[in-house]
Structure formats: C-alpha cells, structure tokens
Design a protein around this ligand. Structure first.
Ligand SMILES: Nc1nc2c(c(=O)[nH]1)N(C=O)[C@@H](CNc1ccc(C(=O)N[C@@H](CCC(=O)O)C(=O)O)cc1)CN2
Ligand SMILES: Nc1nc2c(ncn2[C@@H]2O[C@H](COP(=O)(O)OP(=O)(O)OP(=O)(O)O)[C@@H](O)[C@H]2O)c(=O)[nH]1
Ligand SMILES: [Mg+2]
Length: 462
C-alpha cells in the first residue's frame, strides 16, 4: 500500500529552461530547518522563517558560497498545499542556479521528489480527493481556456461533491435493503420495491447525464482530432501550412511528398485542434508509402473530422470517385476541401460531392482564398455535437468515465435483477459494487495501482 512517507522532499517546480524566476519546492518536517540553515536574510532582525511572508536574502551552499539572491516562503502544515510544512525558494530562473540549490538540499538528506509526489501527499494528507488531484494535472495540461475552466471546477471539488452525493444515495438504499432482509415482516414499511426501483433508476440516470456530458465535452478538454486526407498532391501539406500560418510541412509538385505524419495544434475560436497531415493515397504506392497510408487510416478512424482535400482543378468527378474510396469518408465526419480553386472551380465536381451528402468548401491552399470560411466551417462542424460546456459543467477524464460506465452497468444489472425478483441480499451486492466504484473515483477507496497510474503521469515538482 502506498503509504505517506515522512521524508522531506524537494524538486524544481518551474519548467526546464531559462525563465524570469525559478521555484524550488520543499515539503516535509525538516523543510524549514534545512532551508533556514542555508538562508541568510537581508534583515538584521531576522530570527526565523515566518508563515506566509516572503523573506528576502541569499541562499548559500555547504561551503558558504552564495548561490543566488532569493525570496523564501514558509507555509506551515497542515494548511499548506501538501498538508506538511512547505518552503519555497524563489531564485532567478536559471537551470544552473536551480540545480545548485536543489543539490545543496539533497546533500542535507532531503529526497528528490517523484513525479506528482507533492500532490500525492496532498491527497494522502486529506487536503484533496483524487478528482481534485487529477484536476491539478488537468489544469496544467489544459489546451484551451474552456478546458482550464472545467478543470478549475473540478479542483474546487464539484465532481467529488456530486459523486459523494450519489454514493450516499446508494448507501442509503443499501441500508434499507439490509433492514428489509433483517426484518422481512416489516418489508412494506421500510422499502417498497417500486420506490426502490425508482431510486436505482434515478441514480443511473444521473450517471448517464454525467457520461453524456463527458462525450460532449471531450473535444473541449482534449482538443478535436482533424486529419488532412486525400490523394497525393491534392494540397494537404499546403493546407496544413496555411492553417498554421507558417511553413511547417514540405510542399512539392512531386506526388508522394509526405510519407510520415505531422501533427500540430491550432486554436479555432477557443477550441484546440490537433491537425494531422498524412501521406496521400495513390494506387501505385511503394512499401514505405503503404506504411504511411496505414498510419493515415488509423488517424482517419479516430478523427473527429476528416478534411478530405480534393484537387478540384485536375480531378474530374469521376476522378474523385476513382481515386478515393468514398466509403472510407462518412459524410457525418468528413468535410470536403475543394482545393486549388485559384486555378479552376469545377462546379460539376462540387455538386457531385454535395449530392453524395458532403459539405464542400472551395479554397486555395496556395493563396489562402476561402481559408476563413473553411476555418469557420470546421469549427461549426466540430461543435455541432459538442457545444461548449458551461464553466460549471462536470467533466470526466478517461479513468473517471470508464469507472462511471462500470457503475452504470452495475445499476442496469441491478434493475434487471429487481425485475426478476432476485433476493434482496443479492441486490445488496450489486449496490455495494456500484458504491465501491464511485469511492474509487474519489479515492475514498483506492489501490496502489490506481494511485501509481495517476501520479506517475504528473510532472516533477507537482
Ligand atoms: N508558489 C506556488 N504557487 C502555487 C502553488 C504552490 O504550491 N506554490 N499551488 C499549488 O500547486 C497552487 C496554489 N495552491 C495552494 C493551496 C493551498 C495553499 C495554502 O497554503 N493554503 C492555506 C492558506 C492559508 C492562508 O492563506 O493564510 C490553507 O488553506 O490553510 C497554498 C497554495 C497554485 N500556485
Ligand atoms: N495552384 C495551386 N497549387 C496548389 C494549391 N495547393 C497546393 N498546390 C500545389 O500542389 C502541389 C502539391 O502540394 P502539397 O501540399 O505538397 O500536396 P500534398 O497533398 O501534401 O501532397 P503529398 O504529400 O504528395 O500527398 C504543390 O506544388 C503545391 O504548390 C492551390 O491551392 N493552388
Ligand atoms: Mg504532403
């Protein structure tokens, strides 16, 4: 079992590289004593690090050499982020300085923190539940302002609160079941089967609403996947460059230029997009190209939106059908980019594609014509099924949604059991199992595997 370690830990909390300021975070019972030992305040009246004050001075190493001018803050446990005594050293944002301060602390017996260990301690010390700990990581990795707001809502404990409410209701039902088992003659009084069924259904509905919201908010949390597909030379890489506003991909008149895939992010009206440019399709593809095309297919299968780039200037309608197996591009997930419209617009091909049920947008990836309309159309298509969630919406990560699906399934089975008059004590087992799943999401019940898989994904210093 992952137990709370009593060692004092330290890590650089700011990202690698050169910055204005860098922070070293120290947490544990010895944090104050050890930092104080290497800190020389610029105030003659300084006696000790006082809580929630910034102390100005110098940090020196074991041989008395000054490493940097610093600001030091002391946040005593149990009110601090980790729940332990925390000291933060603000130095100049130089990797060399940061490293030398950290090494001085390690020489004093402080342990280097594992990824996520500060937040893990916050969880183990009861400062936050697991959904809040995960929210910390979600704020850091947020790809859009919306994603950040949703994670802030989770950090405030909104999801924990909701899940605890549902779990309380499950436990209440379980208590009533136990009563009915122990005092069967009073069954009617303590639990009517109709009401019981209704309550179970109600909780299941709540889980369904959470899961539905999760599907809708996914692209706002993770970004939407858009793949640039189409025949060789259609202008996919040119379009990637246009959408990025810089020359990222090699463009050439030679068919088969892109072989591997390229992935870049852009933001459209606050929505983050993962744009993937892939190898173009053609009949006579060699081994290498076929590898690239297999990758392309994988992206296409996962894509929220496929941008099927068609060279409208040279591909006649029949050419499009011949070159593209259109059944691989479901109209519901495909937007056709009628490219090279600077050379020629081909109304026949455009109307042919429209008649196949496709949305067609004419653009020139070369001179940018139609780009704004395309961006707009991409955005509208993506949010059609995923409207922007309100900031107070409850969203789930993969772990949470996977677990909620299990809980919902358990309640679905429970409903079937009730309909089939399965004995009460067996119903109780299903209720308990659903309740345990909810407790695992919040971390009221947890295992090493769950904790490890969550915290090892954190960055060092968090
Ligand atoms: N420098 C720094 N910035 C940071 C953090 C940090 O740890 N260090 N945080 C972490 O990642 C976040 C803030 N989280 C924190 C949560 C609680 C406390 C804390 O000491 N809470 C006391 C407040 C007491 C008081 O205001 O007097 C408490 O709740 O009792 C500090 C930071 C974001 N910014
Ligand atoms: N006139 C014109 N030429 C274009 C346009 N878009 C792309 N091209 C040209 O078409 C050729 C192929 O462009 P790419 O962007 O490399 O095409 P691709 O689809 O990535 O090609 P592959 O990587 O080989 O599959 C280049 O010579 C581009 O300059 C356009 O809108 N108008
Ligand atoms: Mg290309």
């Amino acid at each position: 079992m992952i137990a709370l370690s009593t060692e004092t830990i330290a890590a650089i909390a700011t990202p690698p590289g050169h910055g204005a300021v860098g922070i070293i975070r120290v947490s544990g019972t010895c944090a104050r004593v050890i930092v104080t030992k290497h800190f020389a305040s610029s105030r003659r009246t300084f006696r000790e690090l006082r809580p929630y004050r910034l102390h100005h001075g110098h940090f020196f190493n074991g041989t008395g050499q000054i490493l940097d001018e610093v600001l030091v803050a002391f946040m005593p446990g149990p009110g601090s982020f980790t729940g332990e005594d925390v000291v933060e050293i603000n130095c100049h944002g130089s990797p060399v300085v940061l490293q030398s301060i950290l090494e001085t602390l390690l020489q004093e017996g402080v342990h280097p923190a594992n990824p996520g260990e500060f937040t893990q301690r916050a969880f183990l010390n009861g400062r936050m539940d697991l959904t809040q700990a995960e929210a910390v990581a979600e704020i850091i990795s947020a790809v859009s302002p919306t994603a950040s707001l949703l994670a802030q809502n989770k950090l405030s404990g909104a999801l924990r609160h909701c899940l605890q409410g549902l779990r309380d209701r499950l436990e209440e039902l379980r208590a009533q079941l136990c009563l009915a088992v122990d005092f069967p003659e009073e069954e009617v009084e303590c639990l009517s089967p109709e009401l019981f069924l209704q309550s179970v259904e109600d909780i299941r509905k709540q889980l369904g609403i959470l899961l539905q919201g999760h599907l809708q908010s996914r692209i706002w949390n993770d970004g939407a996947l858009c793949v640039l597909s189409g025949a060789v030379n259609a202008g996919k890489s040119s379009l990637l460059n246009q959408l990025l506003g810089r020359q990222r991909a090699i463009v050439s008149p030679e068919p088969g230029t892109t072989r591997d895939y390229l992935e870049e992010r852009i933001t459209l009206h606050g929505l983050s997009l993962r744009l993937v440019d892939v190898a173009g399709t053609r009949k006579e593809a060699g081994i290498l190209e076929r590898e690239g095309l297999a990758l392309a297919r994988q992206f296409q299968d996962e894509a929220d939106l496929i941008l099927l780039v068609v060279d409208i200037a040279t591909q006649a309608p029949l050419g499009v059908v011949k070159d593209q197996n259109l059944s691989l591009y479901p109209p519901s997930r495909t937007l056709i980019v009628a490219n090279k419209c600077d050379l020629k617009r081909d109304p026949e091909t455009e109307s042919f594609l429209s008649n196949q049920g496709y949305d067609v947008v004419p653009v020139s990836a070369k001179n940018g014509q139609g780009l704004e309309e395309l961006q707009d159309r991409i955005w509208r298509r993506l949010i059609a099924n995923s409207p922007e969630p309100r900031p107070d919406a409850l969203t789930l990560n993969l772990r949470q949604s996977g677990a909620l699906e299990q809980a919902a399934l358990e309640l679905e089975r429970l409903r079937e059991d009730i309909m089939q008059n399965v004995p009460y004590d067996l119903l109780g087992v299903r209720l308990e199992s659903a309740s345990v799943i909810l407790a695992e999401i919040t971390g009221e019940i947890t295992s090493d595997e769950i904790l490890e898989s969550i915290f090892q994904r954190f960055c060092i210093g968090k």
